[in-house]
Ligand binder design. Structure first.
Ligand SMILES: C[S@@+](CC[C@H](N)C(=O)[O-])C[C@H]1O[C@@H](n2cnc3c(N)ncnc32)[C@H](O)[C@@H]1O
Length: 350
């Protein structure tokens, strides 16, 4: 006599193990790691209901942005918030904020800018975990790659988001990703625009960047993820950081909203307190996330920064992000370090 198959119960997609499994598949985590999530979902084995769950939630999607485009793939990065962080979560989903990013399967494509590197995962977690550091701030990123950090900055409502990269194909891919995630790209950023999410993409090779090119950029926060790796580029990178963190007369001497020009010392004296607009403005700070691959290269960066009068602090132990990407076992937050950089000899307003 045939026994009726015991029907397995459908899996609940809001269960943490199921959220992790979907997130790992969408982020294209390595298959062994996806399998371990699938086993966790099925209580130790990949049961029929786990297989059906994967089919229903990940494979039978009508959305054609998920899948291959030549050597490019679209990954979905899901930030899974602990309970109680509701103000940061996406309105459409109860637990996760999801961004779709076109990336290359070739990690060297676009001068390495078409892949997602661990430091930008780290900075994205930092932004989402500490939104007050970035909300209502003018943020400028160097070496932005696929644009993930910019998406998070827009999500926490930075007042301005300027992304930059030295590679033109990376820049094109970054713009594609911003559009894919429904952000408007400004070709030119008019002063006083009412657009709530202003994202600008700039072609900015550090080697040829001039002070005048950056004269209209007055960032509160500069960001960089995984940009300290090529010793040849480092002097140029440090020069760009110094320009952004230290306003001098040649950068911008347009007295505006209380900013004043001090001709006697040949510097633009930026009056940070008592601005005409009534807002106080703090000195700009850079947050640079990095993975040390070669200690000599990193030490070289530190020595160049010192010569340029940049003050560096290691924030790795004091400013930690929440772990919002737990399912992504190919990424280890503790492998990424965080520096803050400020300019020591900036001329502050009286
Ligand atoms: C390792 S990738 C990091 C990309 C992204 N920030 C991330 O962490 O996923 C380095 C990025 O810096 C950019 N880059 C490298 N050298 C550069 C240079 N000399 N000028 C401007 N950008 C540069 C690359 O195009 C690339 O996007």
């Amino acid at each position: 006599m045939a026994t009726a198959a015991v029907e397995e119960q459908e899996l609940d997609p809001s269960l943490p193990a199921c959220v992790n499994l979907i997130s790992a598949i969408l982020a294209m985590e390595p298959s062994d790691l996806v399998i371990s999530h699938a086993r966790a979902c099925g209580g130790g084995s990949i049961t029929e209901s786990v297989q059906k769950f994967i089919w229903d939630h990940c494979l039978s999607t009508p959305d054609d942005s998920f899948g291959k485009r030549d050597t490019r793939v679209c990954k979905r990065i899901s930030y899974i918030f602990p309970d109680g962080c509701s103000e940061l979560q996406s309105k459409q989903h109860s637990r996760a904020l999801v961004f779709t990013l076109q990336c290359s399967l070739n990690m060297l494509e676009g001068d390495t800018g078409c892949s997602i590197w661990p430091s930008s995962l780290f900075l994205s977690e930092l932004i989402l975990s500490h939104p007050k550091l970035f909300s209502n701030k003018s943020c400028f990123e160097i070496g932005s790659g696929v644009g993930l950090v910019g998406l998070c900055l827009a999500h926490v409502k930075a007042s301005k988001v300027i992304l930059s990269d030295g590679d033109l194909s990376t820049l094109a891919n970054m713009k594609f990703n911003l559009e894919l995630n429904h952000l408007n790209i400004e070709t030119d950023m008019p002063q006083g625009s009412e657009n709530p999410i202003m994202v600008k993409c700039m072609h900015l090779p550090w080697e040829s960047t001039s002070e005048s090119q950056l004269q209209d950029i007055v960032p509160d926060v500069v960001l960089g993820a995984d940009v300290i790796y090529d010793p040849v580029c480092l002097p140029h990178l440090v020069r760009v950081l110094a320009i952004l963190l230290n306003r001098t007369k040649s950068d911008s001497c347009k007295p505006e909203n209380g900013d004043a020009c001090d001709e006697s010392v040949g510097r633009c004296k930026v009056v940070y307190n008592g601005r005409a607009d009534g807002k106080s403005k703090e000195a700009p700070v850079a947050y640079i996330a990095y993975v040390i691959r070669n200690i000599e290269t990193f030490d070289y960066f530190l020595s160049l920064a010192k010569q340029a009068n940049l003050d560096i602090m290691d924030l790795s132990d004091s400013l930690k992000p929440l772990n919002l990407l737990r399912y992504m076992q190919s990424y280890n937050q503790t492998h990424v370090k965080l520096l803050s950089i400020t300019c020591s000899n900036r001329v502050m307003g009286a």
